[in-house]
Design a protein around this ligand. Structure first.
Ligand code: AMP
Length: 286
């Protein structure tokens, strides 16, 4: 695996990898912020199935963190991550330093309306602008044929799909943005780099999040009114030891529009805080 930190060597390396792989070879990109876990590695394995060349990026993107968020505390472990990626047979690790990504005087912002509103977009102003801007840059830098993202960050996936379509980033390949189902721990908690912040007690309590979501979906399926179900879900999450429920909402899976009652395309989205840690999850309702 080649680890690259600056733009010119990146372009030379992707060109050389493509030459070596021959015409028709596909290059897949898996963008991450590092502190890799099995969720990330599942994306990498899927990328390997779909493409001859696999590139992973690791960049903790300051533009997607708010002023009071965990940018400084965010786990950074590049050496361990590199070893994991070598074991997965990754060809290229793109780990730009901050000046390679945001040179002095950087002044451009990409803002995707509609799908960015609500949910994490409402709780974290500017977050999805930061995501869209960095992902657009990653696409231009690495020039992959396909890119893989986790459904764990469903709204992020919707934002990226809309941006790619609107800006013709992948015009020839309509399914170039690949969503990968959420990878969960044995007790159902969605894997996340932020789970490392949890104490043993908090980690135990955190399993209440997917558990209460599953029982909410069962109640919705048998016809209980969404308002009651979501109220009970929030109360149960708080009773399990969470400190706040930022949102518990039904939304259309594609447009991310709020739904008063579930339809065929409905998804349940929840964000809740335990200690200083904010956890998110989402599940299909149908
Ligand atoms: P992050 O490093 O948290 O920015 O995540 C990088 C990519 O991995 C994103 O596309 C995430 O949605 C995806 N991802 C993170 N956790 C999981 C998970 N538990 N299951 C599936 N994908 C995940």
């Amino acid at each position: 695996m080649q680890t690259i930190r600056a733009l010119n060597p990146l372009r030379e390396t992707t060109a050389a990898l493509r030459r070596a792989a021959g015409t028709g070879a596909r290059l897949a990109l898996v963008p991450t912020m590092g502190a890799l876990h099995d969720g990330h590695l599942t994306l990498v394995r899927r990328a390997r199935e779909m493409a001859e060349i696999v590139a992973v990026s690791i960049f903790v993107n300051p533009k997607q963190f708010g002023p009071n968020e965990d940018l400084d505390a965010y786990p950074r472990q590049l050496e361990r991550d590199s070893e994991l990626l070598v074991a997965e047979g990754v060809d290229l690790l793109w780990a730009p330093d901050i000046t390679a990504m945001y040179p002095e005087g950087f002044a451009t912002n990409i803002s995707v309306e509609g799908v960015s509103a609500g949910l994490c977009g409402a709780d974290r102003p500017g977050h999805f602008d930061g995501v869209a801007t960095v992902v657009c840059k990653l696409f231009n830098q690495v020039a992959p044929d396909i890119a893989l993202f986790g459904e764990k960050d469903w709204q992020q996936l919707a934002v990226i799909r809309r941006m790619a379509r609107d800006l013709d980033l992948y015009a020839p390949l309509p399914n170039a943005i690949v969503g990968v189902p959420i990878v969960r721990e044995a007790d159902g908690l969605a894997m996340s780099s932020r789970n490392a912040y949890l104490s043993a007690d908090q980690r135990k309590a955190a399993a209440a999040l997917p558990r209460t979501m599953r029982s909410a979906i069962e109640r919705l399926t048998i016809g209980h009114p969404a308002k009651d179900v979501l109220g009970t879900l929030s109360a149960d999450v708080l009773a399990a030891g969470f400190d706040n429920v930022d949102y518990a909402e039904l939304r259309d899976a594609a447009s991310i529009e709020l739904l008063a009652e579930p339809n065929d395309n409905a998804r349940l989205f929840v964000a809740a805080r335990i200690g200083g840690t904010r956890l998110i999850d989402n599940m299909a309702v149908g």
